[in-house]
Ligand binder design. Sequence first.
Ligand code: TXA
Ligand code: MG
Length: 327
Amino acid sequence: MTRIDKDLKQAKELLLAGQLVAIPTETVYGLAANALDEKAVLNIFKVKNRPTFDPLIVHTHSFECLQDFVTEIPEKAQLLAEKLMPGALTLLLPKKSNIPDLVTSGLPNVAIRIPKHPLTLQLLQSLPFPLAAPSANPFGYISPTTAQHVADQLGDKIPYILDGGTCNIGLESTIIGFEGNEATVFRKGGVSIEAIEAIIGKVQIQAHSSSNPQAPGMLKSHYAPKTPFYLGNIDELLTKYLLQHPENQAIKIGLLNFIELKNYKHLTHNFTQEILSQKADFSEAAHNLFAAMRRLDDLQLDVIFAELLPEQDLGRAINDRLRRAAV
Ligand code: TXA
Ligand code: MG
């Protein structure tokens, strides 16, 4: 069985021995191993049940250290790094040969970031190698934002979970790549597009595709709960669903709302509601999103209905996750 604790020494020893350790970051928990050790990295793919064509993010503790693993840093990447690292930003940069091809799935760029979590920064500083770490969930499921979330799903498969509390941001990092003078966001995440554009001007945003593995984190069905999950106007979704199930008063319904409790006129059934932010705060909603989705998913409900947030600030990244969770 896995142990959950705050013991940095224990985490370090296991990682030095080529084992996997779940680590806290400000975005979501990661499933970490020595990024320079192919055998350890292969084990990450196995434990997550992740296809090896989906590359991993490399984590380092400083910009100086990051430079050991990339051959080039375009000016826009440099500007972003100065303002947003450590933080919820991942840069796609041309890799040096010290990064195994397995980490990048054979791609020429490595995804690299400096997480902003005191425990994990300390851990990275104490290690002689960077850590490859995808989110610590089974492939395709909702990312973990507490140590317990990790234990619930990977507990029997990994020896140690470093407990750094609840993730502050609660959404994965924003992934950005560079070509010529253009910057493209490949995954919306914990740093908003607005914050990025305030530093480097207009960026492209890559739409997601269901099949192209070269487009990072872009597999359409991802972050998906087990319960059927529908997205849209909740009143309309409810009306339609209840018309399709006229006899069944025993249906159990989950509602995922951004703000206040709405009075759903059709709803005479039992329902459970999660509200992401009573005060309509995007950061608070992001912080609560994955835990709320998990709570609903754990209730053996028949169906979950969710509504989109306004397309601004972290609302955009939250909507991206909701769309990919939806059937
Ligand atoms: O916040 C985060 O980014 C968390 C924490 C643990 O750091 N990590 C995370 O990792 O979300 P993961 O593996 O769940 O998502 C990383 C995404 C993947 O979808 C992958 O396709 C993309 O990053 N990616 C990784 N390396 C890439 C590369 N070399 N080129 C293009 N995309 C890459
Ligand atoms: Mg993931």
